[in-house]
Design a protein around this ligand. Structure first.
Ligand SMILES: Cc1cc2nc3c(=O)[nH]c(=O)nc-3n(C[C@H](O)[C@H](O)[C@H](O)COP(=O)(O)OP(=O)(O)OC[C@H]3O[C@@H](n4cnc5c(N)ncnc54)[C@H](O)[C@@H]3O)c2cc1C
Length: 354
């Protein structure tokens, strides 16, 4: 055996499993990217403070250049913006994080605690008498072996869980740039007829603008270029006034899937799915990174117990994930139900009939 556990994917969830499991087990972390890439998703709630403290990561996190997020300002269900201040939150303010730095710290902690890392994509997994063989794409066709597989390969996870339930067709077109003056510490959310918007200042003087709509609706096409995206945003009652004619210099853009999705079960014998591979949430919840930390920690505990011979450890983990999922799905439906201004528009009609 090359390891006791192979973790497929070194995103926030995989790195979190690795840093919590490596002190106790021989762990191999596999990811095709040698270092974290810049990705969308940077809003993290105050409750993450407790998880970071439990994992011994809070001091470093607070010393890094993440910026506090003190409030959410939203025009949702009504054109008049409402501000929800984190002063009322028992966990305190959240953060707009430097995502690449955040992931880099998690990977570094995993390595420092003894995890081995391989730069490769896992292209196949097969059962063997004592565990699993994982085939890597580099060196081409090489196999690595372990008793336990932890699938942290994200929302597009395909390696172990053939059937994934998918809720809707939500997609996201985003734009990140400098030369934008946005209020620091406040995330802006605004609903419109064909979807909803997210806008925020980022660390290092950048700004992010993201439009969420269903991939099969006409709006998904009209928002396909930075110019069209900005034009559409500037026509909005709340964001339009905020964005003004800000430059949005040197924009970096992206388009990605954003629907909620989950496998029938996050576990099977010798197998654990974690992070988005266990439950990918609609980004309206801003819950994905918190879940990656929480599920990552919980999966590491379950893995350690299972490797010790405790057969029930995986079922306990599955119950934990199921409970988070049912809470999330209720909250997701309740949030969308609050917006009734365009009840006949396909985007909202679909969400009101879930
Ligand atoms: C539009 C959008 C906005 C979002 N905004 C927020 C936000 O503001 N706040 C928030 O908390 N969450 C947000 N999220 C969600 C958040 O980004 C995810 O929940 C989080 O990234 C999940 O982490 P993960 O480690 O499970 O998966 P990922 O971050 O997807 O990491 C998966 C890793 O697996 C690797 N991998 C994939 N396949 C293989 C393979 N075959 N072999 C080896 N490695 C592989 C990838 O390279 C990657 O490093 C957003 C998501 C979207 C889509």
């Amino acid at each position: 055996m090359d390891a006791e556990a192979i973790i497929i994917g070194a995103g926030p969830a995989g790195a979190t499993v690795a840093l919590n499991l490596a002190p106790f087990r021989k762990v191999l972390l596999v990811d095709p990217a040698p270092a974290p890439e810049q990705r969308i998703g940077e809003s993290i709630p105050g409750a993450a403070r407790r998880l970071l403290a439990d994992m011994g990561l809070l001091d470093q996190f607070l010393a890094d250049s993440h910026t506090p997020r003190h409030a959410l300002r939203s025009a949702w269900g009504d054109p008049t913006p409402v501000v929800r201040d984190s002063i009322a939150d028992p966990d305190g303010h959240g953060w707009q994080i430097d995502r690449r730095l955040f992931e880099d710290r998690l990977r570094a902690a995993a390595r420092a605690r003894g995890a081995s890392a391989v730069t490769a994509r896992a292209i196949a997994v097969r059962r063997e008498s004592e565990g699993f063989a994982v085939t890597l794409d580099r060196p081409k066709g090489v196999d690595v072996r372990a008793r336990l597989i932890i699938d942290a390969s994200g929302r597009r996870s395909r390696l172990g869980t053939a059937t994934r339930t998918r809720r809707g067709k939500l997609s996201c077109a985003w734009l990140r740039a400098s030369g934008v003056t946005l209020p620091a510490g406040v995330v802006q959310i605004e609903a419109e007829a064909e979807g909803w918007w997210y806008c925020s200042a980022l660390p290092a003087g950048e700004g992010l603008l993201a439009f969420h709509t269903d991939s099969d609706l006409p709006a998904a096409k009209t928002a396909a270029t930075p110019r069209a995206l900005l034009r559409r945003a500037r026509a909005l009652p709340m964001l339009g006034a905020l964005l003004g004619d800000a430059a949005w210099n040197a924009p970096e853009t992206g388009y990605c899937a954003a629907h909620s999705a989950w496998p029938e079960s996050p576990v099977r014998e010798g197998w654990i799915a974690t992070g988005d591979a266990a439950l990918a949430c609609d980004p309206l919840s801003a819950q994905g990174l918190f879940n990656a930390l929480y599920f990552g920690l919980s999966a590491a505990e379950a893995a350690n117990r299972w490797l010790d011979g405790e057969a029930s450890a995986l079922d306990d983990y599955a119950r934990d994930v199921a409970s988070v999922r049912s809470h999330f799905l209720r909250a997701e439906s309740a949030w969308y139900a609050l917006e009734r201004r365009w009840a006949d528009a396909p985007f909202w009609k679909r969400r009101h009939t879930v």
